[in-house]
Design a binder for this molecule. Sequence first.
Ligand SMILES: Cc1cc2nc3c(=O)[nH]c(=O)nc-3n(C[C@H](O)[C@H](O)[C@H](O)COP(=O)(O)OP(=O)(O)OC[C@H]3O[C@@H](n4cnc5c(N)ncnc54)[C@H](O)[C@@H]3O)c2cc1C
Ligand SMILES: NC(=O)C1=CN([C@@H]2O[C@H](COP(=O)(O)OP(=O)(O)OC[C@H]3O[C@@H](n4cnc5c(N)ncnc54)[C@H](OP(=O)(O)O)[C@@H]3O)[C@@H](O)[C@H]2O)C=CC1
Ligand SMILES: O=C(O)C(=O)Cc1c[nH]c2ccccc12
Length: 417
Amino acid sequence: MVHQALDHGDLFSRRCILLNGPVIVGAGPSGLAVGAGLRQQGVPFVIVDRADCIASLWQNKTYDRLKLHLPKKFCQLPFFPFPPNYPQYPAKYQFIDYLESYAKKFEINPRFNESVQSAKYDESCRLWRVRTVVDDCEVEYICRWLVVATGENAEKVVPEFAGLDEFSGHVMHACDYRSGEGFQGKKVLVVGCGNSGMEVSLDLCQHHAFPSMVVRSSVHVLPRETSGKSTFELASSLMKWLPVKVVDKILLILARCTLGNLEKYGIKRPLTGPIELKNSHGKTPVLDIGALQKIKSGKIKIVPGIKKFSSGRVELVNGENLEIDSVILATGYCSNVPSWLKENDLFSVEGMPRTPFPGGWKGKSGLYAVGFTRRGLSGASFDAIRVAQDIAKIWHQETNHYVTVSCDRRCNRTFHN
Ligand SMILES: Cc1cc2nc3c(=O)[nH]c(=O)nc-3n(C[C@H](O)[C@H](O)[C@H](O)COP(=O)(O)OP(=O)(O)OC[C@H]3O[C@@H](n4cnc5c(N)ncnc54)[C@H](O)[C@@H]3O)c2cc1C
Ligand SMILES: NC(=O)C1=CN([C@@H]2O[C@H](COP(=O)(O)OP(=O)(O)OC[C@H]3O[C@@H](n4cnc5c(N)ncnc54)[C@H](OP(=O)(O)O)[C@@H]3O)[C@@H](O)[C@H]2O)C=CC1
Ligand SMILES: O=C(O)C(=O)Cc1c[nH]c2ccccc12
């Protein structure tokens, strides 16, 4: 049940909404999965998203050729499998279609274009105050539970580079790259060699551009599959029986046998193994879908770190100068939680849970985190099931005693002092 009061007196109207259920921030896969769990258990909720659609990371910030790089069984959300005719690695549009059906099936209707500005626990009334802005209107939700589902990839990382202001060509982040169309014949510097850098470079090759990819430190490259079997699936099976260090050793032997020694192409491996590094630092190994072959054939040139840019060129740390037309920053993403959540118990200053997986999903005072496990969509589903169950349990215990209070400007003042 929702009680709300509208104030038309100010330049910006202000609404105060008291909820008999949680606010979920973010309508990506994590927020939708929590919504589904709550819907099944009859708990009312509100989902807000700053974007104008569900799964905005997938709809608005990814390139056309993107496919899920883990097999579909690791990427489906709880209670609703992918359609049986989906391929092993669904394309982005198929994943988006699936998420749209998911939202429809569980009657999830997020409030779009509504960005959360701040969320703070009010000790005096023991409720969360979640402030959002939608159009010219400020809204304050007052609720018992707050679910953070804004993702590990909420904001693009744009590092500073000396001289980049003087660079005359086009500079974009990988989140704004759609395809290599328009880059034909161009010399493009791709900064970063994670999955984005690799796949953007591959796409540029396929559109007859000339990419150089910056590898400033090291990266694990694994085959996406060996003998028709997914490397990720193999790793997941082995993890049930063996310690992570042993699984990593097996993966590295496998990678060496199938891909060869990559050092001669300028690609060093980190000292820590691929799964251990993913779990501890969130650094995802590259699951190769063809970039490596282009690297081996010289179509993608590997270059070391950047020293500085100047008009039409880049100087690298080894002193080499490259003429370039464009720069694509495949430099990754980060959480935005610290910018709006006034809390420092569950989340670190980097906006990730302080407690490692499988902890980290539950904080104090009705605060929850979903989708910050560094384990992709399967980690998000794991969290979502727990969070929905936990909230539903308390909601059902307490809801009979819940006293709904009519909320207006007076209640605003009462809560604020
Ligand atoms: C290019 C790319 C490919 C990937 N491929 C895979 C894959 O194949 N398999 C896999 O398991 N994982 C993959 N991932 C990891 C990815 O994090 C998950 O797929 C998934 O999108 C995580 O879902 P989420 O809901 O936690 O976060 P997101 O999908 O990022 O959704 C978060 C939502 O929160 C909203 N939001 C953020 N801040 C605010 C705010 N202040 N107020 C209101 N709304 C806000 C955003 O608009 C967004 O819609 C990929 C990531 C990227 C970047
Ligand atoms: N098909 C799929 O499913 C895809 C999945 N993804 C996922 O999206 C997430 C984000 O991936 P991605 O966008 O590749 O980001 P990542 O964080 O994985 O990689 C960022 C890259 O940028 C480099 N970098 C950062 N700053 C600088 C700098 N100043 N100079 C030079 N290099 C720099 C990093 O190098 P260093 O390591 O030295 O810091 C690293 O190589 C990952 O989880 C990934 O798996 C992405 C694309 C496709
Ligand atoms: O693509 C991503 O960002 C993911 O998080 C998926 C993922 C989770 N665990 C992994 C281990 C190896 C490669 C990808 C992943």
